[in-house]
Structures are given as C-alpha cells and as structure tokens.
Write a protein that binds this ligand. Structure first.
Ligand code: ATP
Ligand code: MG
Length: 782
C-alpha cells in the first residue's frame, strides 16, 4: 500500500472499499481480492475519522489477522494499527470475556480447555455415570456437545429439543443430555471454558446484559469479517448482536469455499445475509489476480458441477499458463518420489525457491511419504498440522502447571499433574477427591485444601503427599504476585520436578522433550521481552496463557522460511503459493470415504478441491496412486471422480506422468521443522538447570547474557520489581539507522521522554512504525 493505495484496486474493489452507508457483502470467487478489500477498507476507515478501537475485524486464523495488521500498519503506522480489534473470533471473544467474566459467573482468571481436555472431561463423566464407553464414545459425545453449543443450544434447551438435536441417536444414547448438563456444570465449577464456550458465553453475555452489549455496540462502530462462508450460527449471531443498531458491517466470502460444515459452519449465513440485513449492498468481484487463466478456468469448470451455489464468472488476465499436470503413481511411495522430482525439476528450470511450493493433502496421515521422499533428497520442508507444539505431552504438562497456578479450580489441569512427576498419589486417592468434589459441587482443589471437611480421612502418608503438592502449588501462586511470566514459569518448571523428569536419561524421546521445554521457556522470554519493549511492565502468567491457549501451528509461521510447505487443504484456505501439488486424488480419499451417499457432503468435498486448486498462482499438479498403504494394509485405489469434473482442455493427462524420471540429487540438509515452536537460544538452558535459588539480579545476567549477540542489546525479562539501570539506555538520535533483533532494519524517527521512560519511534522497513521503550529495546545502531 502507498499514498495512492485506492488506485491499487479495480473498480469493483474500490466501490466496496468506499461504500460505508450500511451493510455490505462482498461475494466473489477465490483470488479476487476479498481479503485485499477488507484490508484496504480498514485503512480507509482509519483515514476517514474512525479510531482503531472502533473497528472490529474478524478473521479465520491468527496468521491472517497478523498479515492484515502488518499491511495496515504500513499505511497508517504501527501505533494506530496496534489498537485495532483484529483477530480470530475466538481470540477477540476471549479478550472480551476476560474483561466481563464476572457478569457470567466466571473469574477473570478463567482457563481454557482444549479439545483433548474437553474429551477427557467427557470421558470421566461417562465413567462416573456408569455408562458404556463403547456406546457413548467420548469423541462423538463431545462432537454432539460442540455442535449444540455452536447452535447456541444450552443443556436446558437440549433437553427440550431432543428430536432436533439428537435425531436417531436419542434412542441409542438417551443419557447424552445429562452428560451435556454435567459437562456444562463441571466446566463452570472449574472456572474453565472450552473453545465453543468462547462463542456461546459471548452470546449469553450480550443477550443477558444489555448494558454490556450497548457498551460494545458503541465501541465497535464498524465490523468486518473475512471468510464469512465458514462462520457458524453462534458467530453469525454475535455479529448480528453487535451490528444490529448501526448496521455498519462488511463481510466478505465465497460460498464456493465453504468447507467447515463439520465444525458447524453454515453456508446459509452467506446465502441469506441479505435477508438478515435487508439493506445490504452486494458487491461481486470477478477478476482473479492470483492464478493463470488455465488454473482459473479449470477451477470454474470444477465448481460448476455443484448445484448449490451462487453463480459467478471468474476470469484472469494473467498469462494463459500451462495445463494442470496429472500424475499417476503405482504406489503412494512412488507418488512421493514423483512430486519431489517435479519440485527439483522446476527449481532447476525456473529458479523457484523451496518456499514457492506447497503439497496439499486431504488428511494429515498422507504427509509421511512426502516427508520421506524429501528427507532422502535433503530438501527442507515444514509440516503444518499433525501434532502441534502445544499438543505435545511435555508442553501440555508444563502448561497444566501454569493453568493450575493461575486458576486452581481447573479440573483437567489438576488431574493431569497431581501425580506428575510421580509423587505417590494414586488413582484411588484422586478418584476419592473427584467423587467428593462432584457430590459437593466444588472444585478438586477445594477438596484438596480441606479433605476432612468433605469426609476424606486419608492415611498419614497420603495426607502428607497431598499437603506437599498443595504447598508446591500454593508457593507458585504466591510467586505470581511479584514475578513475571518468565520468572515464575522457569521456577515452576524447575521446582515441580518436570525438568528432572525429562533429564532422567539421554533417550532420544527425552532429549526432544527437553528441547521442547527449552523452546517453551525461550518463547516466554521472548514474549516478556517484546511486551516490555512496548512499554508493558507487568507481564503475568495469565497474559502468557491467554496468548498461547488459542495458538495453532499456522500461527507460528513467520513466513520467511525457505521450505516446502506441507499442509491439509483445510489449513491452506486463504493462502497462495506459486506452485501447488494436490496429492492423493483417489476415490475414498478425496472425496473422503466419509461422504457416503450424501450429495451435500460430496458438494463440500468438491468445494474443498476447488479451494486446493485455487491456491496456485503459476503451476498446479494433481496426483493419485494406484495402491496405497492404509490402516496397516495395501489398498487398491481408483482415480478421484473429481478429476473428471475438470474440463479436459485444462488438463495434461498422465501418459508420461513423470514416472521413472531421474531421481534428482538435490543438495541441502534435511531439517524437519517442528512448527509452533520458538527460536532457540542458549540462555534458557542455564535458567532451567540451575537449581539454586537465584537473586533476580543474578538470574538476569545468567539468563540473558549468553544469548545476546555481542553487538546487540537485548531486553532482560527481569523481575517486575527490578529496574534495569539507565546505563542500558543508549544514546539514540533521530535519523540513525538501526537493526532490531526481531523487526530488522529501521530508522529512528523520534525520541521522547527521559531516563527509564525514554521512547523512540522507529520506522521499520518491513514492520512499519513502532514505538519502543529504549531501556528494553533490542537493537544495535548501524
Ligand atoms: P481467497 O478466496 O483465496 O481468500 P481473496 O479473494 O481473499 O482470495 P486476495 O488474497 O485478497 O483474494 O487476493 C489474491 C491475490 O491477488 C493477492 O496476492 C492480492 O495481493 C492480489 N490482488 C488482489 N487485488 C488486486 C488488484 N486489484 N491488483 C493487483 N493484485 C491484486
Ligand atoms: Mg481471502
């Protein structure tokens, strides 16, 4: 964007950006600039009287929000962009709920249950109720509860809506509504919310507290939503609550890319938008700026086969481009080889970088053969999805400690760590605590604190083990008063015994667990440092938890890695790559075998395939294998019916198929990147393994010094109470060029304030304007 950024839009896009009279809907095919319209519209609003905090912009991933914010920051400055309310539905609502928790009976320290926690709670409830786990499968019970919540159906509503919400399962699982009821109560007792609750409770908050709703309606004077086709009923309803009066709402989406119905997304939200907001102005965009003409035409010919859709003409004025190559392989392993050879060939012939390639598949399990093929050739790659950093056992253990310290009532965190690392508290004891808690409607922690009051007379040994655990957590809780997230975090990891547990031996598993914990601590250090640089000096453990509890793999992407991307088609939504391989184009894989005879489900799979193809800018390839190893045995497959849906004029079918082409010897080193992590630096080691109690000053030096590049000043995640000396503030003047550890090259524009309060406004080449507190800033003058 530049001063004339409005000129960078075509006529339709410009009209959509400039229209601000009432509700608007931009409905357009892939790559036609919908996200660009939203981004530019926000910049335009900011330049025309709106304050950043008056704008609410909701996106589907944190990554999308971050990219948008960066672009807007370049236009209007970082200071203004920072105050935008921009993020995923979940992260924005989490922020609102933290502020308003008391209104809905939670504390502001409430914690988040991730999917595994929810499932574990459902499983305990099923067990406690004496139900058969084979009939009441925790995963499917949880999915039903989630579905009810996404339709804003409470346990009470569920009971009275038996037919509608249970369908044929009412007979099979009559107790499901009781499970839902208990689940609901138990989350409340634990002062915890699951992901769906973040939507549901926001709705309840606004519904039951008109004065709170009025405040947010007043604040969010303009509401913008990307990927509207994938909103569910709850999300749609909350937007409606907020926009009802002023109707300043602009949503963009493409019905042809609605791919999340299994998570409750409802394509009707976009199809009936104009009915819900009767004065809606609809904008259609038709020019695709992403892909070659061939790719656009192929995608059009595919999506035409769906009945349920808003017909659109999408065209491209880019070059015609090559036909979409289709590869046939004899086996899944060969499919891996063919794809990787093709990547090597294109790199040689057209000079592409590794990051110009993406391999997209229907299911995560398919990544393995490609990983192996790339590893053999030393090609760098990065997998999104799979087990994310925060889902790993050791990280979940540490986070469970953090959660219990912030919110001792958190039941799932309690159960996870009461006997980890092993401290001789057995299942029987924990079982008794759970029963007493359930009978008395209180939390497990409350029972732990006064077992006798709740009829638990443990023997002396058990009693003292429980007391040690209570004192351990109690000590950490006290520590949070004075210590910042980083300090208390490292203390917890050391004193809980986790670090000793993973250092027991040098097995590869333990080494990798240890490294992951180090990365987590590094991340905390970086988190505190960055916040301090920005002038926020009290960074609590709660702040850190809020930051990480909604992170996904994709969010940690910094975008500049020179690596091939591997991801599911679902997670590729909204992204673009110069070259795309859509692999595993076989019946029962893509379309998935779950489709059965459902025409609706088949149409959703076809939309998913449409999303896959339209990610490609220059080259797109499709491949399938004749045999594939699945569920432990070899299966024969036939090419996907979707291949026939594409007009044959746009395909290059497999005669040569690339089979048997020479295996390329690409140089380079393999490095499987565990996404979701943080950059590693050596200082963490010292802070973790030094078991002595350190004074803040000592810890500061030990922790930080080794990681600071000689000529770079690095912030100390120091205690909130210790004040760094003014010696650390350098003489910085406007006009100087600097290099920041994270933001790169920049120029000092302005210096204000003195001593500890001295701040500099710096214009970064790639990150826009930032105002940094000098005593914490991490840069060198160049
Ligand atoms: P999707 O449906 O996949 O989310 P989209 O409609 O949001 O796509 P964008 O991602 O906004 O499309 O735009 C696709 C690409 O086209 C981007 O690289 C964008 O920068 C570029 N683009 C959009 N509009 C224009 C334009 N008017 N001139 C030049 N490039 C454009
Ligand atoms: Mg988009």
């Amino acid at each position: 964007m530049n001063a004339n950024y409005i000129e960078e839009l075509n006529e339709g896009q410009r009209a959509a950006v400039l229209y601000n009279e009432g509700p608007s809907l931009v409905i357009a095919g892939a790559g036609s600039g919908k996200t660009r319209v939203l981004t530019y519209k926000i910049a335009y609003l900011l330049e025309n009287g709106y304050q950043p905090w008056n704008i609410l912009a909701l996106t589907f991933t944190n990554k999308a929000a971050r990219e948008m914010k960066e672009r807007i920051a370049r236009q209007v400055g970082d200071q203004r962009a920072r105050h935008l309310w921009m993020g995923t539905f979940h992260s924005i609502f989490l922020r609102i709920l933290h502020a308003e928790a008391a209104n809905i009976g939670f504390t502001s320290q409430f914690t988040i249950y991730d999917t595994a926690d929810s499932k574990s709670l459902v499983r305990s409830i099923i067990k406690e109720m004496g139900l058969d786990e084979k009939v009441y499968k925790p995963g499917s019970v949880q999915a039903r509860i989630s579905n009810a919540k996404n339709h804003l159906v409470s346990p009470a509503g569920y009971a009275s809506n038996k037919e509608a919400y249970e369908g044929d399962c009412a007979a099979k699982m009559p107790a499901i509504r009781d499970i839902y009821h208990r689940y609901w109560d138990r989350c409340r007792q634990a002062d915890a919310m699951d992901f769906d609750d973040l939507l549901f409770y926001t709705f309840i908050l606004f519904r039951d507290h008109p004065e709170v709703l009025a405040r947010y309606q007043e604040q969010f004077r303009y509401i913008l939503v990307d990927e509207y086709q994938d909103t569910n009923y709850a999300q749609h309803s909350i937007v409606l609550q907020l926009a009802k009066d002023h109707q300043h709402v602009c949503v963009v989406g493409d019905d042809a890319q609605s791919i999340y119905s299994f998570r409750g997304a409802d394509i009707d939200n976009i199809l009936y938008f104009t009915k819900v907001y009767p004065n809606t102005k609809v904008f259609k965009l038709e020019q695709n700026y992403r892909s070659t003409q061939t790719i656009v035409c192929a995608a059009n010919s595919l999506i035409e086969k769906n009945e349920r859709q808003i017909r659109k003409e999408v065209f491209s004025e880019k070059e015609k481009g090559e036909a979409i190559g289709v590869f046939q392989a004899y086996s899944d392993v060969e499919e891996g080889d063919i794809v990787v050879n093709k990547i090597a060939e294109l790199r040689r012939s057209e000079n592409y970088a590794y990051s110009d390639f993406a391999i997209l598949y229907r299911t995560n399990a398919q990544s393995r053969v490609f990983e192996e093929a790339m590893r053999k050739r030393g090609m760098p790659y990065r997998i999104y999805g799979g087990l994310s950093f925060y889902q790993r056992k050791e990280i979940k253990d540490v986070i469970a400690y953090f959660r219990l310290v912030v919110n001792p009532n958190d039941e799932e965190a309690f159960k996870r760590i009461i006997n980890y690392p092993a401290r001789g508290i057995g299942d029987t004891t924990v079982g008794k605590i759970i029963t007493a808690a359930t009978e008395n409607n209180i939390s497990l922690w409350a029972v732990l604190c006064e077992p006798l009051t709740y009829g638990l007379n443990f023997n002396k040994g058990t009693h003292s083990k429980l007391q040690i655990f209570r004192d351990l957590i109690g000590g950490f809780i006290e520590g949070t008063v004075e210590k910042n997230a980083y300090e208390i975090g490292t203390e917890i990891i050391r004193q809980s015994g986790i670090i000793n547990d993973v250092c027991q031996d040098n097995s590869p598993e333990n080494l990798s667990r240890k490294e992951n914990i180090e990365e987590l601590v590094n991340g905390m250090s970086d988190f505190c440092a960055l916040r301090m640089e920005e002038g926020n000096l009290n960074i609590s453990l709660t702040d850190f938890l809020s930051e990480v509890s909604l992170l996904t793999d994709q969010d940690s992407d910094n975008g500049d890695d020179e690596k091939i991307t591997l991801m599911t088609v679902h997670s590729a939504k909204g992204l673009e790559f110069r070259n795309v391989f859509v692999v595993g184009m076989e019946e029962n894989l893509f379309p998935s075998s779950m489709v059965g005879d459902s025409p609706r489900a088949l149409e959703e799979e076809r939309r998913l395939f449409y999303v896959a193809i339209t990610r490609a800018e220059e080259h797109c390839f499709l491949s399938y294998a004749r045999t594939r190893f699945r569920y432990g045995k070899m299966e024969f497959g036939s090419p996907s019916r979707f291949l026939k849906d594409i007009d044959i004029r746009f395909l290059r079918l497999p005669q040569d198929a690339g089979i048997g082409s020479k295996i390329d010897e690409e140089a380079g080193s393999f490095r499987r990147e565990h996404s979701g992590g943080f950059s590693r630096s050596p200082h963490v080691r010292e802070s973790l393994y030094n078991t002595e109690k350190e004074t803040p000053q000592r810890s500061k030096q030990q922790i930080i010094a080794p990681s600071v590049p000689r000529n770079l000043k690095r912030v100390t995640p120091a205690t909130s109470s210790s004040t760094p000396t003014s010696a650390s503030v350098m003489a910085v003047q406007p006009g100087q060029l600097i290099e920041h550890e994270r933001f790169g090259l920049g120029e000092v524009m302005k210096v204000e304030g003195q001593g500890d309060n001295a701040k500099a406004t710096i214009h970064f080449k790639n990150a826009g304007d930032k105002q940094l507190l000098l005593r914490f800033a991490r840069f060198k003058i160049i």
